[in-house]
Design a protein around this ligand. Structure first.
Ligand code: MSK
Length: 648
């Protein structure tokens, strides 16, 4: 099914044509020039000591050893565990920064921020065992923030968020020793264990990799989602637009790109101040147009409806349109190539995090204690750059979308404020109206046709009555093709369509950024606890898919879903392809241990087949109604459409 083009997005293709004409390199062209290293792609390389690097390639790779005697399986397991630790560290550090921000807010030391969702704060306090009754929100917030911060440095015991899993899952984790003792502890221990000469049993290493991944999903990332909601508000549905066509010819375009919501939320405020708009007009612009990129886009899209300019592979393309006055970045998924690219145009690349500078970029240090001051300076810097703009080529391509589906909103949509419940969803799955559920998440990758896997898989799943939730760049990908709108029901199977019409939700729900994959854990847990679909996540007819992943964070996410009981399918190439032993350990081996498994399958067609097979297998195990595609579909709307058709 692979397209001959580098992307299925006409906006991408239009900008790439300009880049080609002007000989501007992009990730798309560099991916053609830079062949994947055959050692990393088909074999393994061990570089944890300086006797090597030892290479494991060729026919005998499986039986080779390194200079120290390490087997190929040990090295492959170590490399995977290290990648998972790195991915977990990124999400967890994001969560840590939000905890510090909440603490500063509680103490009245965070300029411009407040507590937007007090109800969620008190709920979080309840989960964490923090006394809430009769106390001010600031007092509760201070204790919640301190306890959340303590999760990172905790040395013994269990991270608190794990107590939100099903009872059955918690018991299994305790039996296997999988609940993280502390976020930082597991990440450090994984680095220690996988250095030269320590843990040398692949299965043992991979079990620690699972525990480390849980510091992400049931640790730092879950705290990031919850505390983000407390500070900035829990999302509910809103309309917006996606694709490069959200950039504007006559306004100051500011693209916020990266991950953490702390700065971008304040830029939303600064960009909407009347003084900023007046200042922009004084420079010849009609106003200020704030748009997002990657997961920063998701954060401000979910809460403010700020449009998305695109996903990971669109970051360079936005600059090539010639219309971006400032690209403001914080951490994660930011290409170093942006600096040299921006220097060809008038764009200012502005780094803001104390953790991430890029040589040649303008650095404006962001400090949550003076957030609004930093945000105003950034907005002013962008406006000052508007007169330097030259010719622009913005593709006039954008699509509408609906985003903002927090777990809380889904609960409300399914049952109302007083009867919030997943019962209607579970009933629909039990009856076979909905065949199952899928999370389709993750990056876009220059080794794939951009958006092709995301788009194909989601269309096929909803056509087969599988309800889909999305996060990260996958959500941006499908937003570009109108798949995140109620009209996507036109592509859905009849049973799924009937439920979406009755409940008033689209068949593809945007749940947020990469850290918000924890919202999916919460949804799955509640489905399991609601009854009728087994007792735990591994009983559910559900799958997780990352068709175009590229980041270590994706591996951490995949691993914590496996640890939680999910079947997870990754596209692109397998980082463990060289070792059959490790492939077996993370699929059949992990399934036997925790009920979930991780597989790599580059072909989107086969991913859909495997996903549907798994869903049907779980349905049979639960003794549910056999799924029959034509059994349902005579909802009021469907009959009305038929009547209108006959009349016409
Ligand atoms: S931003 S990790 S490219 S989803 Fe979260 Fe997108 Fe992947 Fe970064």
């Amino acid at each position: 099914m692979t397209s001959k083009q580098p992307s299925i997005d006409p906006a991408t293709l239009a900008v790439l044509a300009k880049a080609e004409a002007e000989k501007i390199p992009t990730a798309f062209t560099r991916a053609l020039d830079m062949k994947p290293c055959p050692i990393g792609r088909e074999g393994s390389c061990c570089s944890v000591c300086y006797m090597g690097p030892c290479r494991f390639v060729g026919k005998n790779a499986e039986t080779m050893t390194g200079i120290c005697g390490a087997t190929h399986a040990t090295i492959t397991a170590r490399n995977l565990a290290r990648a998972i630790a790195a991915g977990a560290s990124a999400h967890s550090d994001h969560g840590r920064d939000l905890c510090f921000a909440l603490l500063a807010i509680a103490k009245g030391e965070a300029q411009g921020y407040g507590i937007k969702d007090e109800r969620k704060l008190r709920k979080l306090a309840g989960w964490m065992g923090v006394k809430s009754d009769g106390r001010s929100k600031e007092e509760v917030a201070e204790d919640v923030a301190k306890l959340a911060l303590a999760q990172f440095g905790q040395q013994t015991g269990e991270v608190i968020c794990a107590s939100r899993a099903t009872k059955k899952r918690q018991e299994l984790w305790r039996r296997l020793g999988l609940i993280p003792r502390g976020v930082d502890r597991e990440i450090v221990e994984t680095l220690h264990r996988t250095g030269m000469g320590t843990d040398q049993d692949p299965e043992h290493i991979l079990t620690q990799a699972l525990r480390t991944s849980m510091t992400d999903g049931w640790g730092g990332a879950m705290l990031a989602t919850d505390i983000g909601d407390v500070i900035f508000g829990t999302p509910s549905p809103l309309q917006s637009n996606a694709n490069l066509g959200v950039l504007k010819e006559d306004e100051v375009n500011i693209v916020v790109h990266g991950h953490e919501p702390l700065l971008s939320e304040m830029i939303v405020v600064a960009a909407q101040e009347p003084e900023a708009s007046e200042y922009a007009k004084s420079k010849g612009a009609k106003g200020i147009n704030l748009v997002g990129m990657c997961c920063t886009a998701n954060e401000i899209l979910m809460r403010h409806g700020i449009p998305s300019a695109g996903n990971f592979l669109d970051q360079e393309l936005a600059i090539i349109t010639g219309s971006v006055e400032a690209m403001v970045v914080d951490v994660q998924c930011i290409m170093e190539a942006l600096v040299s690219l921006a220097s060809r145009f008038h764009t200012k690349l502005i780094t803001t995090s104390a953790k991430a500078k890029i040589s040649g970029a303008t650095h404006i240090q962001f400090d949550e204690h003076q957030a609004l001051t930093s945000a105003r300076l950034i907005v002013r810097t962008a406006i000052d750059n508007f007169p330097n703009r030259k010719a622009t080529d913005i593709p006039d391509i954008r699509n509408e979308m609906v985003a903002g589906f927090s777990h809380e909103y889904i609960n409300y949509a399914l049952g109302g404020t007083y009867r919030g419940s997943f019962r209607p969803l579970n009933d629909a799955i039990m009856a076979g109206r909905i065949r199952g559920a899928a999370g389709v998440v993750g990056c876009t990758n220059a080794r794939c046709v951009q958006d092709e896997g995301h788009s194909y898989i989601v269309r096929e799943l909803i056509k087969n009555d599988v309800i889909v939730v999305q996060t990260g760049c996958g959500a941006h990908a499908n937003a570009k093709y109108g798949l995140l709108t109620p009209e996507a029901m036109d592509f859905a199977g009849p049973g799924l369509r009937e439920i979406c019409e009755a409940v008033g939700i689209p068949p593809v729900l945007h749940l947020g950024s990469c850290v918000d994959n924890t919202r999916i854990l919460t949804v799955l847990t509640q489905m399991a606890e609601e009854g009728g679909l087994g007792e735990d996540i591994d009983d559910l007819p559900a799958v997780g898919i990352a068709p175009e992943w590229m980041h270590e964070k994706a591996l951490a996410i995949g691993a914590y879903f496996v640890a939680s009981g999910a079947y997870v399918l990754f596209g692109v190439d397998s980082p463990v392809a060289g070792s059959k032993a490790v492939e077996e350990l993370i699929s059949a081996g992990w399934e036997e241990k925790v009920g979930g498994k991780l597989e790599f399958e580059p072909d989107p067609v086969k991913i859909v087949e495997k996903a549907l097979d798994h869903i049907d297998k779980k349905r049979r195990a639960l003794k549910l109604e056999e799924y029959k595609p034509d059994r349902y579909g005579q909802s009021g709307d469907a009959r009305m459409r038929q009547v209108l058709k006959e009349r016409a």
